[in-house]
Design a protein around this ligand. Structure first.
Ligand SMILES: Cc1cc2nc3c(=O)[nH]c(=O)nc-3n(C[C@H](O)[C@H](O)[C@H](O)COP(=O)(O)OP(=O)(O)OC[C@H]3O[C@@H](n4cnc5c(N)ncnc54)[C@H](O)[C@@H]3O)c2cc1C
Ligand code: FES
Length: 327
């Protein structure tokens, strides 16, 4: 493994960076904190300009990278690895933001349980215990440059749980779903800002598919509050069978003033919930005005975009909408 020197301007700070590792992670390992937020390529807060040297992109389709960035040798440090010594224009932080105290852990898989066709619950033991705010996610390093984001569905502790949908042909999800008890993986956390905030406003949570993972973590946290505010949870999936972790969700919701609305696209004959997309169920069932609520949304990009669109149309301030789009 080749090691290169990365010099930052204007500070003059220098850190060593491994060839196969992203610059953000190498910097952190050396105690140097570069700006970041999502850690995987969507937000753009880690953009830096390469003044000298050669590099490779680990995620050429990263949503944060525009063609104009490439023309200007702008990179995202969370998805760029060095191929030579580098000089970068990038600010240096005094430390990580308070809500993103990211560190690396080794997780040992203790359970891989199939909950529905293609949906696995993975439980890892971590030492020391992980610390995060419910709603946040981890980045798993799955060998080579393969890495993927998965949201915690448990509360912080020494055992941490994830939900993984296996996609046909999906490199990361297949690697995750095939893990066997005793296997060790490297994970970094916590990332993401769609985490539960203390509020007196009524709360609405909307989950699509495995988007229920961060929503369940937040409901579990809400259920421990003294006098929690009213909570609506909308949970949608393709079929009733795909509505996994329903018992855990219902149990946590019993602890306070909550309503649960389920929606499926392909109902069975006995289905009593909503039929159609979960965004349509929100539109049908949730009383107006929607600007009254604090919103949390998680799941596939199409579902998150559909919900954001109807919230925008109803004039919900963006500061009250917290979302993780799984792609
Ligand atoms: C914030 C966040 C939280 C998520 N939480 C969950 C969860 O709790 N449960 C769950 O089942 N899924 C979750 N996902 C989706 C998950 O990370 C994978 O995108 C999904 O499992 C498909 O990956 P794949 O490797 O099977 O498919 P592939 O087709 O190989 O990859 C699909 C997606 O992976 C991402 N990707 C590709 N290359 C890279 C790269 N180099 N670095 C980072 N990302 C890359 C892209 O979004 C791409 O669209 C989450 C995604 C995000 C962004
Ligand atoms: S930290 Fe978000 S794109 Fe790099």
């Amino acid at each position: 493994m080749r090691i290169f020197n990365v010099k930052l301007l204007p500070s003059g700070v220098v850190f060593p960076a491994e060839e196969g590792r992203d610059l953000l992670r190498s910097a952190r390992k050396a105690g140097v904190w570069l700006p970041f937020e999502c850690g995987w390529g969507s937000c753009g807060s880690c953009k830096a300009t390469v003044v000298e040297g050669e590099y490779a992109e680990l995620f050429p389709n990263a949503p944060a990278l525009r063609p104009r960035d490439r023309q200007r040798r702008r990179v995202i440090t969370c998805q760029t690895m060095p191929l030579s010594d580098l000089v970068l224009e990038a600010p240096v932080l005094n430390g990580p933001p308070e809500d993103l105290q990211v560190r690396e852990y080794v997780g040992v898989l203790v359970q891989n349980q199939l909950l529905a066709p293609e949906v696995h619950r993975l439980v890892f033991r971590v030492d020391p215990a992980v610390s995060f705010i419910p709603g946040q996610y981890a980045i798993f390093h799955l060998g080579g440059s393969l890495r993927r984001a998965y949201s915690m569905c448990s509360l912080p502790g020494s055992e941490v749980e994830f939900l993984v949908r296996r996609y046909e042909g999906g490199q990361g999800s297949q690697r995750m779903a095939d893990l066997v008890p005793g296997e060790r993986v490297c994970l970094e956390l916590p990332y993401g800002r769609a985490y539960l905030r203390r509020t007196s406003r009524p709360i609405v949570m909307v989950a699509g598919g495995t988007g229920v993972a961060p929503i369940l973590a937040m409901v579990r946290s809400w259920s421990t509050w003294k006098d929690p505010p009213a909570l609506w949870v909308f949970y949608g999936a393709r079929t009733p069978q795909d509505l996994v972790l329903l018992d855990e969700l219902e149990k946590a919701l019993e602890q306070g003033p909550a309503r649960l609305v389920l929606a499926v696209n392909e109902p069975a004959e006995t289905w009593r919930g909503e039929t159609g997309f979960v965004s349509e169920a929100v539109a049908r069932r949730l009383p107006l005005p929607w600007s009254h609520y604090e919103w949390y949304v998680a799941g596939p990009p199409a579902m998150v975009n559909a919900v954001r669109k109807i919230l925008d149309a109803e004039g919900v301030p963006i500061t009250q909408v917290h979302y993780d789009s799984f792609g």
